[in-house]
Design a protein around this ligand. Structure first.
Ligand code: FES
Ligand code: FES
Length: 221
């Protein structure tokens, strides 16, 4: 193989600029690159980079600042809502910050405490770990939707009768989890209730009374 061929196949090395001021003022930053790639597609950005031309300033700034968002329609406590949210919004934040339903509590915001428990399609979920945009068409029940007007749900009554709370911060999640636990058929005994509600923590240590309230409701005592 000739030296001539090898040399012509390898482009001459180019050194990255060491002085940022030496870059073109219109060169996209890493931040704008990522934002515009997401917003308008890689081909446009790649073309801009290769050709050395940049997006117009206003368009570039708008693309960098606007996070990807989606429109989602879901039913919460029997009421239909359609909202446009940042794709990263959790169901918990959608409920608390967009729909004015602060009953579901933010404890750990990481799936470890159960304070944010709600029902989606009748099943328990940690709303802090559930992306709102995945729930298009879903049916969500929160603590605000449990009572029938002034008529409390039997488990809400049982919590009051059993004095199953102190500070009350975990209580909405405990009650929603208890409702789910009973609906799932996992409330046959105290041990079973403890097992199936082990994801709901109570810093005040009201576990004995919480289990009693769930058992009482499950067995109509
Ligand atoms: S706030 Fe969701 S599990 Fe703790
Ligand atoms: S009642 Fe206080 S954390 Fe459960």
């Amino acid at each position: 193989m000739s030296t001539e061929l090898t040399e012509s196949a390898v482009p001459p090395p180019t050194n990255p600029p060491t002085d940022p001021s030496a870059e073109s003022p219109s060169a996209p930053s890493r931040r704008t690159f990522i934002a515009t790639t997401t917003a308008v597609g890689g081909a446009v950005v790649a073309g801009g980079l290769v050709a050395g031309s940049a997006l117009p300033g206003a368009t570039e700034a708008a693309a960098a600042e606007a996070p990807p968002s989606s429109r989602v329609s879901l039913t919460v406590n029997g009421e239909r809502h359609t909202v446009t949210v940042d794709n990263r919004t959790s169901l918990l934040d959608l409920l608390r910050e967009h729909l004015d339903l602060p009953g579901s509590k933010k404890g750990c915001n990481a799936g470890a405490c159960g304070a944010c428990t709600v029902l989606v399609g009748g099943r328990r979920v940690n709303s802090c770990l559930t992306l709102a945009v995945r729930l298009d068409g879903a049916d969500v029940t929160t603590i605000e939707g449990l009572a029938d007007g002034d008529q409390l749900h039997p488990l809400q009554k049982a919590f009051i009768e059993e004095d199953a709370f102190q500070c009350g911060y975990c209580t909405p999640g405990q009650i929603m989890s208890g409702v789910g636990c009973i609906q799932e058929g996992h409330a046959g005994s105290k041990d079973e209730i403890r097992e199936w509600m082990s994801g709901n923590l109570c810093r005040c240590g009201c576990y004995v009374k919480i289990v009693r309230a769930v058992e009482q409701t499950a067995h109509g005592k």
